[in-house]
Design a protein around this ligand. Structure first.
Ligand code: NDP
Length: 318
C-alpha cells in the first residue's frame, strides 16, 4: 500500500520542485483540458488530496469540485486572481501561496523596465548592433529621460509596492501612491484619485492585485492624465490596464513610453507593439531569477509539509 499522499500537479514547475514533490508524494500530472484530462479525472480524481498549481495555471471551481478528496492547495506565486478561493473555502480547503519571497525580485524588475524605457536601453542595444553608431558622440540617438529625482506614482502599495517605493529612495525620487485605503505607518503620501496621481507623476508603476476588481483600472483617461511626458510600467497583471487603449496611446505618442512585464491574454502580445520604439516588452518574468524561484519553490513545499504536520501554513491565502 502506498502511504504517500496523492498529489496532482496542475502545471509544469521548476525541475528541482518537481523532483522534491516526487520524493515525498505520489504525483500525477494533470493532462491539458480535453478528453485526456476527462479520462484522467474519471480514473484518478477520487485519489487526489493535494493540488499544486501556480499563479498562472490557477485552480478553477470546476477543477476543485472535480476532486472530492482534495484537502490542500499549494500555489507557486502570489497572484490569487486565477485561484477560486470561494470554491476552496466552501470545502474548507486551505490555499497556500508564496508572498514576500518575491518582493525584491519583482521590485527590481519594475526598476529594470523603468530604467530600460526611460534610458532607451533596448533601443540603444539595437542601435549599436545595427552599426548605426558611426560618429562620436552618438548624435543620432535620441536623448533619454532622467530617472533620478523624478516623480514616481505607485498603483498598489502592498508588499511589492512598498519594496518599489523603497528602491525609489535610492534614486532620490519623490513617491506618492494610490490604493483604495491609505496604508498606515508609511511616509509616502496617499493619493485617493488615480487620475490625480497619473497627472502628478513622471512614472506610473502598476503593482495592484489582478482580478475583476482592478480590471482596466488604468484606462484611456488615466493614460491621458499621465500624458505625453509620462511613462507607464506594469508588473502586476495585464488585466489592470486597458490594453487596447494602451496600444493606441503608445501608437499616437499620447504617453512617452511603457515597460510591460504582463499582458491581458498571455502569451499573446498585441503585435502592434512590436514595431514601436516607445515600449519595452518582457514575457512575465518579474520573479524569474534562480534565487527567487527557488525560494518560491521552498514555500510551496513548506506550505504542504506544514499542512501534513497539522501546523498552520506559513503563507495561507484563504
Ligand atoms: P498585496 O496584496 O500586498 O498588494 C496589493 C495592493 O493592491 C494593495 O496595496 C491593495 O490596496 C491594492 N489594490 C487592490 N485592489 C485595488 C484597487 N481596486 N484599486 C487600487 N489598488 C488596489 O500584493 P503584492 O504586493 O504581494 O502583489 C501585487 C500583485 O503583483 C499580485 O497580486 C500579482 O498579481 C502581481 N505580481 C506579478 C508578478 C510578475 O511576475 N509580474 C510577480 C508577483 C506578483 P487596497 O486593498 O488598499 O486597495
Amino acid at each position: 500500500m502506498n502511504a504517500r499522499p496523492v498529489l496532482l500537479q496542475a502545471t509544469g514547475l521548476l525541475p528541482s520542485l518537481e523532483r522534491r514533490l516526487d520524493e515525498n508524494y505520489t504525483v500525477h500530472r494533470l493532462p491539458p483540458p480535453g478528453t485526456e484530462r476527462d479520462a484522467f479525472l474519471a480514473a484518478r480524481a477520487g485519489e487526489v488530496e493535494a493540488l499544486v498549481t501556480s499563479a498562472g495555471a490557477g485552480a478553477s471551481a470546476a477543477l476543485i469540485d472535480a476532486l472530492p478528496r482534495l484537502r490542500i492547495i499549494s500555489s507557486f506565486g502570489v497572484g490569487l486572481d486565477t485561484l477560486d478561493l470561494d470554491a476552496a473555502k466552501r470545502r474548507g480547503i486551505p490555499v497556500g501561496y508564496t508572498p514576500d519571497v518575491l518582493n525584491d525580485c519583482v521590485a527590481d524588475q519594475a526598476f529594470a523596465l523603468l530604467l530600460a524605457i526611460a534610458r532607451r536601453i533596448p533601443e540603444a542595444d539595437r542601435y549599436v548592433r545595427a552599426g548605426s553608431w558611426t560618429a562620436q558622440p552618438a548624435k543620432s540617438f535620441a536623448l533619454g529621460r532622467q530617472v533620478s529625482g523624478a516623480k514616481l506614482g505607485i498603483v498598489g502599495l502592498g508588499r511589492i509596492g512598498k519594496t518599489i517605493a523603497r528602491r525609489a529612495g535610492g534614486f532620490d525620487m519623490e513617491v506618492r501612491y494610490h490604493s483604495r485605503r491609505a496604508v498606515e505607518g508609511v511616509a509616502w503620501p496617499h493619493e485617493p484619485s488615480l487620475l490625480e496621481l497619473a497627472r502628478w507623476c513622471d512614472f506610473l508603476v502598476v503593482i495592484t492585485a489582478g482580478g475583476a476588481e482592478t480590471r482596466h483600472l488604468v484606462n484611456a483617461e488615466v493614460l491621458d492624465a499621465l500624458g505625453t511626458k509620462g511613462y507607464l510600467v506594469n508588473v502586476a497583471r495585464g488585466t489592470v490596464i486597458d490594453e487596447a487603449a494602451l496600444v493606441r496611446a503608445l501608437q499616437e505618442k499620447r504617453i512617452a513610453g511603457a515597460g510591460l512585464d504582463v499582458f491581458e491574454r498571455e502569451p499573446h502580445v498585441p503585435p502592434e507593439l512590436f514595431a514601436l520604439e516607445n515600449v519595452v516588452l518582457a514575457p512575465h518574468i518579474a520573479s524569474a531569477t534562480v534565487q527567487t524561484r527557488e525560494a518560491m519553490a521552498q514555500r510551496v513545499l513548506d506550505n504542504l509539509s506544514a499542512f501534513y504536520a497539522g501546523q498552520p501554513l506559513p503563507s495561507q491565502a484563504a
